[in-house]
Design a protein around this ligand. Structure first.
Ligand code: NAI
Length: 356
């Protein structure tokens, strides 16, 4: 396949294919921009249907990281790794050690951490073969780091709250929030929403995941195919990307969308469609930056717990400011966010090829 012709290729600096014969490791690391510093972003393990799907995901996710890191004020660029394989059956310590060697070969221009399908234990194996890794258990003073998911959930919660304040002029107490996906982030988000007095409606393809949240937080369970259309006040997509598209948007049951999933918009045009449909959308990479704020702080080793909390809480006002500008200019919030981010990475004059 011709990488430079893939629709999501957006002037990426590096697309690196890695392979290890012994462990069967196969995947790609994409560096979108290192203008603000080394590319920092997680590693996803997924059963991709084809190499093309894996490369497209790496390209889209790494661009999202460039934007996310820039808007969060971090001195890092955007990078992401994807491993082709089934995270339920294909993992081994040796495979992640081999992945660590692939990261190490890039000499620090890419720093890795967890993403979908990859956990702290896997990153501990990566740390055996490279120092360019974060989201691990460290014996340091101050901020300890580790699993970024609870931090991501906290940031999403703040962004969701800001979107609710902006559009409904109230707090989340008493509102119904539909959460799609109850994995590491979705579960923690459900917990925060419950504590804030929201009513939960949840869906996951895993029966255990929904039953746990129903039992602990009294959430109502709906089938995965019904969560997007459920008439809730807020929809929080916390599973996979491209859930907001021309087929789903006209059927959405909520008027506010704010969730953790990366790349929620299938295309740039879907941001416009949301706006035309009167739906307030809190751009994914703006509100899901809590995890990267935590793992970069852990990597640098100088921040305290209080510093990290403070930076995560800034996601709320940042979201509000963005939604206000979008309203003033009558433009989709996602486009405003993309523009701000491209300016920060020195790409404001390049044409963006697809949705971030
Ligand atoms: P995870 O793998 O722990 O959880 C994903 C959950 O979604 C799983 O429980 C899975 O069964 C469920 N799911 C998959 N397809 C579904 C469907 N069609 N309908 C309903 N549920 C479905 O992943 P994690 O870490 O919670 O991440 C969730 C999203 O947030 C991903 O898009 C990820 O890229 C994004 N994100 C995660 C961060 C983190 O700190 N973990 C940071 C920033 C973004």
């Amino acid at each position: 396949m011709a990488i430079f012709d893939v629709p999501d290729f957006d002037g990426h600096e590096v697309v690196d294919a890695f392979h290890d014969k012994e462990t069967g490791l196969k995947g790609f690391i994409a560096l979108h921009s290192t203008a603000r510093g080394p590319g920092f972003g997680g590693c996803r393990m997924w059963n991709y249907a084809s190499e093309e799907d894996a490369i497209t995901d790496a390209l889209r996710l790494s661009r999202g990281m460039s934007y996310k890191n820039a808007l969060a004020g971090l001195s890092y660029g955007g990078g992401k790794a994807v491993i082709m394989g089934d995270p339920r059956t294909g993992k081994s310590r040796e495979l992640f050690e081999a992945f660590g060697r692939a990261v190490d070969r890039l000499g620090g221009s890419y720093v890795t951490a967890e993403d979908v399908g990859v956990g702290v234990e896997d990153m501990m194996a990566v740390a055996r073969t490279t120092k360019f890794v974060s989201g691990i258990t460290r014996k340091t003073k101050g901020f300890r780091g580790g699993d970024p998911s609870p931090r991501t959930a906290r940031g999403v919660f703040e962004g969701l709250r800001a979107a609710v304040r902006f559009s409904l002029e109230r707090d989340v107490e008493g509102l119904t929030v539909a959460v799609q996906g109850l994995g590491s982030v979705g579960y923690n988000l459900a917990s925060l929403l419950h504590a804030a007095g929201a009513k939960l409606v949840v869906a996951d393809i895993s029966k255990e995941a929904v039953e746990r949240v129903a039992e602990i937080y009294g959430a109502k369970i709906v089938a995965p195919e019904d969560i997007l259309t459920y008439e809730a006040d807020v929809l929080a997509p916390c599973a996979m990307g491209a859930v907001l598209n021309k087929k789903t948007i006209p059927q959405l049951g909520a008027k506010v969308v704010a969730g953790a999933a990366n790349n929620q918009l299938a295309t740039v045009a879907d941001g416009e469609l949301l706006m035309e449909s009167g739906i307030i959308y809190a751009p994914d990479y703006v509100i899901n930056a809590g995890g990267i704020i935590a793992v970069t702080a852990e990597y640098e080793g100088t921040a305290t717990e209080a510093d990290v909390q403070k930076r995560i809480l800034e996601i709320g006002p940042r979201t509000l400011d963005l939604l206000q500008e979008a309203k003033n200019k009558n433009r989709p919030a996602g486009e405003i966010a993309d523009e701000r981010a491209r300016q920060l990475i020195g790409r404001s004059n390049d044409k963006q090829t697809a949705a971030a």
